[in-house]
Design a protein around this ligand. Structure first.
Ligand code: IPM
Ligand code: MG
Length: 359
């Protein structure tokens, strides 16, 4: 197979981890005789520095023409001034919107080798394997926002806005995926307070009727947050809005031991998808060869699965990660007594070296 993959190295530690993901993809190409062509483009702070824009038009065009997009993370304290006219995060949101990738799949799987790396008790998290489907191109992130003066004082507002079709399409993605898993969908909202959540719940409940073979429940987001760390095994597929999904997945990453373990893949009605770790750009660790590249390495594994439909190759990457963990290699974030500490580049090479053509 020939595929064109756009890589967006982004900010902070992101170029380092993206380089490791590319290393692993090159190995996959070699072992399985594929031709992956890589094209690098700018987004986020790196793009602002070079062009003044967080998402240059040529980046979006290159991404749209590709077979899949691999992104690290964006964000830099340099742009944290709340009054800054352009922010790196705007580039990311514009990219998600521009590619129409409305469903963000964030699998939370606990590798058994990391059972004790989590701060949560092993008996609570053992066996966790859940999938959060986060709505990615609507809700509070894209609703009307602004500042105004009310009764002589400065005020600001954001709006949580969802249309029925936006809710239906992402809920359908969740049900389709649940059919291939343990056949349970939990829709998360705040319908006891928010009107947009009442519409979400109504719509999700109606879509659920199309899937009588899948168990369905709705849950308030505060309860879901509590259950995630108390009874995480009750979940199979969670579907939720943009903001709730952002928060719940950082929480859920603690089950897997570290933010550095969670990949994500955003898909829409058309190709290409956008694949990125759930973590941020961690600027303070930049260029120290200390961060965990596994989340970023597992993200293109999702690219192979969802954009290129190469299941064997996807499995090869996931297996290689498993093997390296089994051999006791750990980056700092998941380090435990009796394991071997390695840097970002070493971890990437170890995983690449263990890619084999099992089938
Ligand atoms: C994520 C990140 C982004 C988000 C930030 C960087 C804008 O936290 O992908 O979860 O909020 O979506
Ligand atoms: Mg987040």
């Amino acid at each position: 197979m020939e595929a064109k993959i756009v890589t967006l190295p982004g900010d902070g530690i992101s170029p380092e981890v993206v380089a490791e993901a590319v290393k692993v993809l090159r190995k996959v190409a070699e072992v399985y005789s594929h031709t992956f062509e890589f094209e690098e483009a700018l987004v986020g702070g790196a793009a602002i520095d070079a062009t003044g824009e967080a998402l240059p038009a040529e980046t979006l065009t290159a991404c749209q023409k590709s077979d899949g997009v691999l992104l690290g993370a964006v964000g830099d304290p340099k742009y944290d001034d709340p009054r800054a006219p352009v922010r790196p995060e705007q580039g990311l949101l514009a990219l998600r919107k521009g590619l129409g990738v409305f469903a963000n799949l964030r699998p939370v799987k606990l590798y058994k080798q990391l059972l004790h790396a989590s701060t949560i008790k092993p008996q609570i998290i053992e066996g966790v394997d859940l999938l959060v489907v986060r709505e990615l191109t609507g809700g509070l992130y894209f609703g009307k926002r602004g500042r105004k003066t009310v009764d002589g004082v400065e005020a600001a507002y954001d709006t949580m806005f969802y249309t029925v079709p936006e809710i239906e399409r992402v809920v359908r993605v969740a049900f389709e995926l649940a059919r291939k898993r343990r056949k349970k969908v939990t829709s998360v909202d705040k319908a006891n307070v928010l009107e947009s959540s009442r519409l979400w719940r109504e719509t999700a409940t109606r879509v659920a009727e199309e899937y009588p073979d899948v168990e369905f429940e709705s849950m308030y987001v505060d309860i879901a947050a509590m259950r995630l760390v108390r009874y995480p095994n009750v979940f199979d597929v969670i579907v939720t809005g943009n903001m709730f999904g952002d928060i719940l997945t950082d929480e859920a990453s603690m089950i897997a031991g570290s933010m550095g373990m969670l990949p994500s893949g955003a898909i829409g009605a058309h190709k290409p998808g956008l694949f990125e770790p759930i973590h941020g750009s961690a600027p303070k660790y930049t260029d120290q060869n200390v961060v965990n590249p596994i989340a970023t390495i597992l993200s293109p594994a999702m690219l192979l699965r969802y954009s290129l439909e190469l299941e064997g190759e996807t499995q090869a990457i996931e297996d290689a990660v498993q093997v390296v963990l089994e051999e006791g290699y750990r980056t700092k974030d998941i380090r435990e007594k009796g394991t071997t500490l390695v840097g970002t580049r070493e971890m990437g090479s170890l995983i690449a070296d263990r890619i084999t053509n099992g089938g």
